[in-house]
Design a protein around this ligand. Structure first.
Ligand code: SDX
Length: 429
């Protein structure tokens, strides 16, 4: 709180709006008493100018392209940390000591298996179901198996639910993939790293030994870390809103997965790779740039633009470097999709339409190229985003539950419907 006050003049009256000072970022006008005092709502569809909560987890400066997890720049974490260490940081607020990290890693590792009966859930889905559809269903159904971690008022149960979801989401995503390709489920192996375990659960087959490729393991761990949290994005806001009603954590995360699936959000990584494949060659780029600028086309450059970043998404920079490194190490540096992506980025960033609207590549622009090089089908891109974002969703959910100011989320509206009127009998219509 600060001693600054904004003044609202309305119908000859003046209302004081306290100005709240953040650690970083713009000041915030506290309008919580506005309706009670002035009998007016504020109007902000899409919440472009609205802070829905207080949070100490992640900070984004969209103008300079900065992303901090608990104050630590994403570039430093991507270079020096691991996804599980970032999970600890996001959940508990500080980087762990070696002993804390070892204990946390052990707790997550010991929860990677799912209840054996969950295998039967998958049998009910079509083999060609999108893995995100499967994940929404199976993650929501975790509430039917793990009753001992659904009481949100019990801090211990909240902790257990958090560990269970971070540990089990890779297993469930891998099972969704295996089911879609008609291969047997692969159990987790506790001797492997978090990222390595996910790769082996996706790509190991009973017929032969699977050895985790360290290049892919490191790239997968970095991709998971880059997607871990991102302030109050659509899916995180969905998790918070669901959690504000007291819904159990598994239901809240299932709601977050459902929202992430949208192509304007986490589904953009799949849509972006499919767009790059449709463009196919560098010479067809101008045709697609023209379509993206033509409002009537309904086409957008997937992987471009962001509600907050009006500069480069720092994650996209790291992802681009990782794409060069991984494809180079795999001997496919001349991957045509990577060439199209780089040329598309270069042309778009010289075009006034994108420059004037401050549209830059976002996290989804390069990630699909790396994931496809690893052997994943495009349908698995968003499930991998969901695995990664689970720690962000859970961290934000825990923060909300512990927030003394939190209450059920219930926005108002600008009603533009008909005035009150009487029912007309059918014979008179
Ligand atoms: C993620 O919120 C998060 O943090 C999300 C995320 C996370 O980590 O959680 O970062 C992950 O979702 C990244 C975004 C992935 N989505 C895409 O790549 C889909 C393509 N991008 C967009 O549809 C769009 O840019 C959004 C949804 C990302 C942002 O939309 P906004 O902030 O609501 O902006 P807008 O739709 O109002 O667009 C502003 C203008 C419009 O033109 P005008 O009406 O002003 O003339 O820019 C244009 C848009 O038409 N525009 C684009 C464009 N994105 C915006 N034009 C062409 N191609 C695009 N990609």
């Amino acid at each position: 709180m600060s001693d600054k006050v904004a003044k609202l003049e309305l119908d000859g009256k003046t209302y004081d709006l306290p100005v709240l000072k953040p650690t970083l970022g713009p000041d915030v006008l506290d309008i919580r008493k506005l309706y009670a005092e002035a009998d007016v709502f504020t109007f902000d569809p899409g919440f472009t100018s609205t802070a829905a909560c207080e949070s100490a987890i992640t900070y984004i400066d969209g103008d300079v392209g900065e992303l901090l997890y608990r104050g630590y720049p994403i570039e430093q974490l991507a270079e020096k940390s691991t996804h599980l260490e970032v999970c600890y940081l996001l959940l508990y607020g500080e980087l762990p000591t070696a002993a804390q990290l070892a204990d946390f890693t052990q707790r997550v590792t010991k929860h990677t298996m799912v209840h054996e009966q969950m295998h039967y859930f998958f049998r009910g889905f079509r083999r060609d179901a999108h893995p995100m559809a499967t994940m929404v269903g199976v993650v929501g159904a975790m509430a039917a198996f793990y009753h001992d971690s659904t009481d949100i008022n019990d801090p211990w149960q909240r902790e257990v639910a958090a560990i269970r979801m971070i540990a089990k989401l890779p297993t469930i995503a891998a099972m969704a993939y295996k089911y879609s390709v008609g291969q047997p489920f692969v159990y987790p192996k506790n001797a492997l790293s978090y990222a390595g375990n996910f790769l082996q659960m996706c790509f190991a087959v009973p017929a032969e030994e699977y050895v985790v490729n360290p290049i892919l393991e490191k790239a997968m761990d970095r991709i998971m870390m880059l997607h871990a949290d991102h302030e109050q994005n659509a899916s995180t806001s969905t998790v918070r809103l669901a959690g504000s009603s007291g819904a159990n954590p598994f239901a809240c995360i299932a709601a977050g997965i459902a929202c992430l699936w949208g192509p304007a959000h986490g589904g953009a990584n799949q849509a972006c790779l499919e767009m790059l494949k449709e463009i196919g060659t560098v010479d067809r780029i101008p045709e697609y740039i023209a379509k993206a600028k033509d409002k009537s086309s309904g086409f957008r450059l997937m992987g471009f633009g962001h509600r907050v970043y009006k500069n480069f998404d720092p994650r996209a920079k790291v992802m681009k470097e990782s794409a060069d490194e991984v494809l180079g190490l795999l001997g496919i540096e001349n991957n045509p999709l990577l060439q199209v992506a780089k040329e598309l980025e270069r042309i778009a960033l010289e075009d006034d339409y994108f420059v004037s609207k401050k549209l830059y590549p976002n996290v989804d622009f390069y990630s699909g190229i790396i994931l496809e090089a690893m052997g994943f089908p495009t349908s698995m891109f968003t499930p991998i985003f969901a695995i990664s974002r689970t720690v962000g969703w859970i961290s934000q959910w825990k923060e909300m539950i512990a927030d003394k100011n939190q209450k059920i989320g219930r926005p108002r509206q600008l009603y533009i419907g008909p005035q009150k009127r009487d029912y007309v009998d059918l014979r008179h219509r």
